[in-house]
Design a protein around this ligand. Structure first.
Ligand SMILES: Nc1ncnc2c1ncn2[C@@H]1O[C@H](COP(=O)(O)OP(=O)(O)OP(=O)(O)O)[C@@H](O)[C@H]1O
Ligand SMILES: [Mg+2]
Length: 250
């Protein structure tokens, strides 16, 4: 078996005595997409934040490419340089153009020359449909375009793993599609991704593995067809039923 890009084993996370992640195991194989689904408060964001070492776990261990990153001797900044993260609210720097936003980390953190960083950035922007916006400031872009720029910024450093937390949640419905298109393109490029999402039909389409979180436990996991069409757990069925009733799963 190929080594997973990300492995979590018996991860436990508490906040002030409340258990938020309980015994979470997760393997993310290279070039696959894992979708985290589950009700609000089930622990999806916390799981992503633990994977990126933004939160310290209470117990268990996490590996990135076979290296235990929860080992106290780990260089956390070095780990974060290998993991791209995009959150719900696109956090582009407003005083920089799209191109400057996208080239900042490659130049400042990864020591890539300006020429090389800009060439790669323009290629990425072009390929992901934002070529014409490279020299615009973020406030001249739509929400969907800003979120696409934020994703491109995250992948500009060629991360091993991309974590996407509700990247469409702040967008008007008509802008969701273009952001999801970018994720599809990245999947085609072989990017390894873990995404928390409420877009169930998207999760079903794009994910290789779906994990249903319930109260901090990965209650059910499997191929999207299995989890969405034939869930084993009553709580998964109930969650999906509510989603269907809310009109969020065709
Ligand atoms: N910094 C924190 N301090 C205390 N409690 C927290 C903190 N962050 C998260 N929690 C709690 O942990 C639980 C899981 O939260 P989390 O944000 O991971 O859920 P989620 O599945 O991402 O929800 P949503 O779908 O609403 O984004 C919640 O009960 C939340 O209140
Ligand atoms: Mg969340």
């Amino acid at each position: 078996m190929t080594e997973p890009v990300l492995r979590m084993e018996s991860v436990r996370k508490t906040f002030g005595g409340t258990v938020v992640l309980r015994d979470v195991d997760l393997d993310v194989a290279p070039h696959t997409v894992t979708a985290l689904i589950g009700a609000s408060g089930s622990g999806k964001s916390t799981l992503l934040r633990c994977a990126n070492l933004l939160e310290e776990i209470d117990d268990g261990a996490i590996w990135l490419d076979g290296e235990e990153i929860t080992d106290p001797r780990t260089d956390e900044d070095a780990v974060r340089r290998r993991i791209g993260v995009v959150f719900q609210a696109y956090n582009l720097f407003p005083h920089m153009t799209v191109l400057q936003n996208v080239t900042l980390a490659p130049r400042r953190v990864h020591g890539v020359s300006r020429g090389e960083a800009e060439q790669r950035a323009r290629e990425l922007l072009e390929r992901l449909g934002l070529g014409a916006k490279a020299d615009e400031y973020p406030d001249r872009l739509s929400g969907g375009q800003q979120q696409r720029a934020a994703i491109i910024r995250a992948v500009a450093v060629r991360p091993r793993l991309l974590l996407l937390d509700e990247i469409t949640a702040a967008l008007d419905p008509e802008l969701v599609g273009e952001v999801l298109d970018v994720v599809r393109d990245l999947k085609e490029d072989g990017m390894t991704m873990v995404l928390a999402t409420h877009e169930m039909s998207f999760a079903r389409e794009v994910a290789d593995q779906v994990c249903f979180l319930d109260g901090g436990v990965v209650l059910e996991r499997g191929a999207p067809e299995a989890v969405f069409e034939d869930p084993r757990e009553e709580r998964t069925r109930r969650f999906l039923r509510r989603i269907v009733e809310a009109g969020r799963l065709a």
